[in-house]
Design a binder for this molecule. Structure first.
Ligand SMILES: [Zn+2]
Length: 172
């Protein structure tokens, strides 16, 4: 799934779960893809869906957040961040079009290197290079974005509905 898809899932989840920090669930939802900062490096493809896509990483980031709650507004910041990150891992485990580094995510890394994927709804579409050649990933990622259109539409609908219902926007 693309970061935009994860963002949409986090936003939708955060809107439906009451008394939870919306910013935290959104940050948690995109946090595992923070490794994309290294996409230009040769080793990125080997470690994507590994180092930042496991239970240890999301638990440690939630623990870190619990000690720095004031950095993110809202209630139940650490659980919200953990939930957003967990949803990210779950979705990546069954939406992966890059077989060159394994299908799914290394859920139990660094204790176990195997990849977790209960099923996969995406095809590899002949993907032979993965993120070793980021340009070759553009077309497969555009296809993934087609799957994500309903998520974009739902999150945009919820965002616009909330904006319309807020008192300040009603006055304008
Ligand atoms: Zn991811």
């Amino acid at each position: 799934m693309t970061p935009a898809g994860h963002l949409s899932i986090s936003y939708i989840s955060g809107r439906f779960i009451k008394n939870i920090s919306l910013p935290a669930i959104i940050i948690g939802g995109i946090l595992p893809d923070i490794d994309f900062f290294f996409v230009g490096f040769d080793w990125f493809n080997q470690y994507h869906h590994v180092v930042t896509h496991n239970l240890l990483f999301i638990i440690l980031t939630a623990l870190f957040t619990s000690f720095h709650r004031s950095w993110i507004p809202g209630k139940r910041v650490a659980p919200a961040l953990l939930l957003g990150s967990f949803l990210h891992l779950l979705v990546d485990s069954f939406m992966d079009n890059n077989p060159t580094n394994g299908i799914g995510i290394a859920l139990l890394w660094p204790f176990y290197d195997g990849f977790f994927s209960p099923f996969n709804i995406l095809s590899d579409a002949g993907n032979k290079t993965g993120w070793s050649d980021p340009v070759s990933m553009i077309k497969p990622m555009l296809l993934v974005m087609l799957y994500e259109v309903p998520l974009y539409a739902t999150s945009m609908f919820l965002f616009l509905r909330k904006k319309r219902l807020t008192p300040t926007s009603r006055l304008s």
